[in-house]
Each structure stands twice: as C-alpha cells, then as structure tokens.
Write a protein that binds this ligand. Structure first.
Ligand SMILES: [Cu+2]
Length: 137
C-alpha cells in the first residue's frame, strides 16, 4: 500500500459517512439523556415525599360499620391511627391482644405504633364482624 492509496482510503469522502453515523448516534444519545434527566427530577422530587407521608401516618376511617382500609402494609415503626366517623361506639382490638382501644365515640381516634414486623388482625369488640389487618414489614 502506497501513500496515495492510504490518502484515498482516509479521504474525507470515506470518513464522512462514518462521522455522520457517529454524530447521529451521539445526538440521539444526548436527546434521550436530556429527556430522561428532564423527567427524573419531577418523578423523584414528588414520589418519595408522598410515600413517606403515607407510610408515616396512615389513617384508617371507621365508617358504616367497616374499617376503610381492610388491609394495610406499613414499615416497622409506623404509627397507625383509626378515626371513628360513625354515630356508634367502636373499638380497635388486636386478635393477639397487643393493642386495644377504649370504645371510640363519634369523632374519637386511637393510635398504635407498630414496632415489630408481623401480621396483626384486629376487629371491633362491639361488632366482631368488623375486621381489618395491619401487615408490618
Ligand atoms: Cu364496632
């Protein structure tokens, strides 16, 4: 291979298609990166805050002789609050006897902090057909 052959091989005409392909790839990568980095901050900024708020202080309503969330799953250390919205006394009573509220009048609430992982089935001792479960992870 002589100098003239090498020169023609690496001439701009030969390099241009390669360079064009490379530049298109690079531009595409930048666009994709831009779209992703533009989308991530909003998703990351909002999601954890909402999840933490829900995870830290879940509230279960008692309405029409039922617990509004029959089953909830929370991390250990979570404080769960029940609020009675019925015009009727209800209790929140653990089957395993680890917690038990006094009879709650309309508008009254009861809270319990779940420190130990496990499945806690509870009911209303005045209306035992009212049941719920707290799963602590
Ligand atoms: Cu009840």
């Amino acid at each position: 291979m002589n100098a003239a052959m090498i020169a023609s091989y690496v001439s701009p005409e030969n390099l241009r298609p390669l360079a064009g392909k490379f530049l298109r790839k690079a531009a595409f990568a930048l666009v994709v990166k831009g779209v992703i980095s533009a989308a991530i901050p909003t998703a990351c900024a909002q999601e954890p805050v909402r999840q933490v708020a829900l995870a830290n202080a879940p509230t279960i309503s008692i309405d029409n002789f039922a617990f509004s969330q029959p089953t909830i799953t929370v991390p250990a250390g979570t404080k769960v609050t029940w609020v009675n919205h019925d015009d009727m006394l209800h209790t929140v009573t653990d089957e395993g006897k680890s917690f038990k509220s006094d009879p709650l009048d309309s508008g009254e609430s009861f809270s319990h902090v779940f420190d130990k992982p496990g499945t806690y089935k509870y009911f209303c001792s005045l209306h035992p057909h009212m049941t719920g479960t707290v799963v602590v992870q």
